[in-house]
Design a protein around this ligand. Structure first.
Ligand code: KIV
Ligand code: ZN
Length: 523
């Protein structure tokens, strides 16, 4: 029987802290649900002390998500550990993850601490964390560049202090597969008390080796892998969850190790993360890129028709892609849509399904064929998009090459409080005209950082997905909209941003009304 490797997901912590990947509380909760459905063993839900928003997000996830361990990160100091411990208190299974840097560079230049002081701080941190949960993970930041003998001593002290998971991060993505196998072999065989702890690898991808190094660590005795969906994380990112999980599954003959990952949910979780953060994955990305299961050349197609295994080591169905991609159309019913949604990895309530069905029928009236990618776009919209308060009632745009007339947008919006407003606006381009009109109608003046639109499926009538990034008062917001009409998709994405800003302002107002204390004041 295969041994088990724990999958510790850090999409919501290391992943989320990377520039351009931030998520709001609602997005984090939806991602946590998808990660729990995916079967990860531990969700590192955030760095609770970082801000009141981070604390609240970890707390909400701890309260709402079951079936997996919820963890928060903390430095080895009182404020961090208390915030982490309080944030995860409601979880059925919780973990506090404490860390301190151990390498000479970090000790000397960052911490300005001696070897003994680092050990004392680690012990104190672990001891305090144990007041909140008996499941404490300890990380030696920059472990890879730490003197081996000293690393062994730190780890021995951490185990005696009560840490049950010992994480050995390659913080700067410097190691190689051979080196890390050797290091884990050394630690798991030489450390006194090694049998009382699970050893864990946390590899960054600066040299493009994070997945290879994580698998090599497992060969050396690691039984937990820290990773993030789509490989997101600091700088070049973390070990990609989907890659390491599929490698362990596809090459079980070699590794002889299992994970709890339900791989059929990978595609959906990856797409959801891309939509929530506004960062689509590269076409050629392993496992989840659009080309990962596409066979274009004649020679490959010939081989595939004769026997799929000539060029395919995994089946698309294994990650939740429909093999046959049967097309749905306007005569397809709710049952067919539900069946397809389940195949694509989405679990929807009846209400959500009804709402998607209405959009599906509208789409099927416009498009000859509705592909999986179109359905996914609708399902994602329902899964990640909280509606309102503003909605688009109608939009009409004229544009063209006639130099005498400027592009013009006529738009009508309604607000959930009953307001209805319309406006006609001219500008240098149709998108510009639409955004200016929305600004005026809603009373927002936003700075557009970036805008992109792409087709999600095939054909000239394909659905478009628009992504917009906007900054306001130093905060960055991301909005998404879909439609068969690119300008309407863009308008929806922009209004999605405005809706997020207004919902956030409303939440803050409600909270202040209740006189809630900021975290900094609580500790
Ligand atoms: O890369 C790193 O060292 C980390 C630790 C906090 C685990 O992310
Ligand atoms: Zn990291």
């Amino acid at each position: 029987m295969s041994e088990h490797v724990k999958i510790f997901d850090t999409t919501l912590r290391d992943g989320e802290q990377a520039p351009g990947f931030s998520m709001d509380g609602g997005g984090k909760l939806r991602m946590a649900r998808a990660l729990s459905d995916l079967g990860v063993d531990i969700i590192e839900a955030g760095f609770a002390v970082a801000s009141p928003g981070d604390f609240e997000a970890v707390q909400t996830i701890a309260r709402e998500i079951t079936g997996t361990t919820i963890c928060s990160l903390a430095r080895c100091n009182t404020g961090d550990i208390r915030a982490a411990g309080e944030a995860i208190a409601a979880a059925k299974d919780s973990r506090v993850h404490v860390f301190i840097a151990t390498s000479p560079l970090h000790r000397e230049y960052k911490l300005k601490m001696t070897k003994d002081q680092v050990i004392d701080k680690a012990i104190a941190g672990i001891t305090l964390a144990l007041e909140y949960t008996d499941n404490v993970e300890f990380s030696c930041e920059d472990a890879i560049r730490t003197e081996r003998d000293y690393l062994k001593t730190v780890v021995e002290h951490a185990i005696v202090a009560g840490a049950t998971t010992i994480n050995i991060p390659d913080t700067v993505g410097y190691t190689t597969p051979e080196e890390i196998t050797d290091l884990f072999h050394f630690l798991t065989t030489e450390v006194d008390g090694a049998a009382r702890a699970v050893f864990s690898a946390h590899c960054h991808d600066d040299l493009g080796l994070a997945v290879a190094n994580s698998l090599a660590a497992v060969r050396g005795g690691a039984r937990q892998i820290e990773c993030a969906l789509n490989g997101i994380g600091e700088r070049a990112g973390n070990c990609a969850l989907e890659e390491v999980a599929m490698a362990l599954r596809t090459r079980n003959d070699f590794y002889g190790l299992d994970t709890r990952i339900n791989t059929q949910k990978i595609n959906m979780a990856s797409k959801m993360l891309a939509s929530i953060t506004g960062n689509p994955v590269a076409r050629n990305k392993a496992i989840v890129g659009a080309n990962a299961f596409a066979h274009e050349s004649g020679i490959h197609q010939h081989g595939m028709l004769a026997n799929r295994e000539t060029y395919e080591i995994m089946k698309p169905e294994d990650i939740g892609l429909e093999a046959d991609n049967l097309v749905l159309g306007k005569h397809s019913g709710r049952a067919a849509l539900k069946h397809r949604a389940e195949k694509l990895g989405f679990s929807m309530s009846e209400n959500q399904l009804q709402s998607v069905f209405v959009d599906f029928k509208t789409l099927a009236d416009k498009k000859k064929e509705v592909f999986d990618a179109d359905i996914e776009a609708l399902l994602l919209g329902e899964a990640i998009g909280a509606a309102g308060p503003w909605d688009i009632d109608s939009l009409y745009v004229s544009a063209g090459s006639d130099g005498n007339n400027q592009p013009e947008a006529t738009i009508r919006l309604s607000h959930e409080d009953g307001r209805k407003r319309s406006m006609v606006k001219c500008a240098g381009g149709p998108v510009n005209a639409v955004l200016l009109a929305i600004n005026e109608l809603t009373g927002h003046d936003l700075h557009l950082d970036s805008f992109s639109a792409r087709s999600v499926s095939e054909g000239e009538d394909a659905m478009a997905e628009a992504d917009i990034r906007v900054s306001k008062d130093g905060e960055s917001y991301h909005g998404r909209g879909t439609s068969t009409d690119t300008i309407l998709a863009t308008a929806r994405a922009y209004l999605d941003v405005i809706n997020r800003i207004e919902r956030r302002a409303k939440r803050t107002k409600n909270k202040n009304g209740k006189n809630q204390q900021p975290i900094a004041a609580q500790h």
